[in-house]
Ligand binder design. Sequence first.
Ligand code: ZN
Length: 521
Amino acid sequence: MARSRSVAGAAVVTALFGALLAPALSVPSPAAAAGLHLDHAGASPASTAPVAAAAGDSGGGGYWLAATDGAVFAFGDAPDEGSAAGDALRAPVVGMAPTPDDRGYWLAGADGGVFAFGDAGFAGSMGGRHLVRPVVAMAADDATGGYWLVAADGGVFAFGAPWFGSTGGVHLDAPVVGMAPTPDDRGYWLVAADGGVFAFGDAGFAGSMGGRPLVRPVVTMAADDATGGYWLVAADGGVFGFGAPWFGSTGGDVLGRAVVGAVPGAADGGYRLVGADGAVYAFGDATDLGSVTVAPLAGLTVVLDPGHDGGNGADPGFIDRPIDGGGFTESCDTVGTTTPGGYPEHAFTWAVALDARAALQALGATVALTRQSDTGVGPCVNQRAEVADVLGAAAAVSIHADGGPPGGTGFAIDEPAPVVSSISDNRAIVGPSAELGAALRAAFAAATGEPPSDYTGTAGIVVRRDLGGLDLSTVPKVLIECANMRNTHDAALTQSAAWQGLAGRGIAGGVAAYLEAALRT
Ligand code: ZN
């Protein structure tokens, strides 16, 4: 893990700082290190959303990749018949299936919505109807021209296609994640994340991984029409063939993001695995006809919390009121510090947050700020923590500058200690927050040249249990004191727009390095 983490950090930090860190890039890419064949003809369109599904044409000479935002990317013989990119989807796309003649396809959303393109007919959907669990995959019925949707509980919804049974209502040890029809479409298999296989109609049971240890969960399956068997595919690209030949896998390799799809090649003499990062891994006689370049942080939300606010000093009645910080009482917020000349911390944190936001957005992240201007009051620190929880953020950073002893310089990163209270339990985020802190320390130091604090913490890290903003967080979170505003040297830095930009990019680089490492499979 340490090696893959440093590779991830190098890729993103170098994107941000160019030649500054170029030597770090002398390591081979994970794909090259793994000896994978990525030598396709060249087409590599960009996507701002992660790839979520893949489908192959009937001849095996082409395939489509679909992203969560409804974008469709066609390769080889597979025709581009349109996409839902640019539409405001109610739920992410999770499944895709082609029509019998490959002149169209359907997309399925997690809410059961179905979108038809080309010669695909709309035969109904679960959109707008109550679902016990989200839809996770779909399959086409070539015999009828209809299709099936399958939900995480194994519920199967048939539209213009016969229903052969489901596991809806049956207790499952793990959620259903994939579906494949039999060669004559008179049955189908469902597969669960633990590798369990459920056969319906004329589908034969040829084996499963149920009850056997898996390094990573199964994420999809594909039928081998040549043999009547099937392949199960895990998030790390591990492939398990049952009544179907094994042509290879990426199991044991380090992938940029998890595998999400599998597409058989011509005559089922091979298969292609597709990653959420748009990578295509071809095995057997299946060929790599092109891949998608997914933005590094696509699909992830980051919360940036610029400390304090411009109006706090004028409203002590609001910011001094007590709140529960997670088993102890603290004030809603504070005014923050200033430089000896009077430049306020809230203005510094606001400027740095805007720079960090721009850098993270350039990497494809969705970024939310806990305040929308530098002239308001609050919000309270507990509300700042709640923003990241509500948005399901992948990481959060509170941005501050310290009011330390005048003789002290440097930056410090506050990380949460485990704290359990009547209103909170942050134990699950302590470890990930430490990883975030380590990545942030490295990237911030590289970007700004600022040393770790010489008056607090150990090598720039301070573990604390007295900050509600950390105790109440449900997502990986740290607080950075970028510099000591009471120190003459540091004070000059914090007032420099150029240094603010470096600080913002350093924070973004640390967050990105942490998230890319977390995405690796
Ligand atoms: Zn502060």
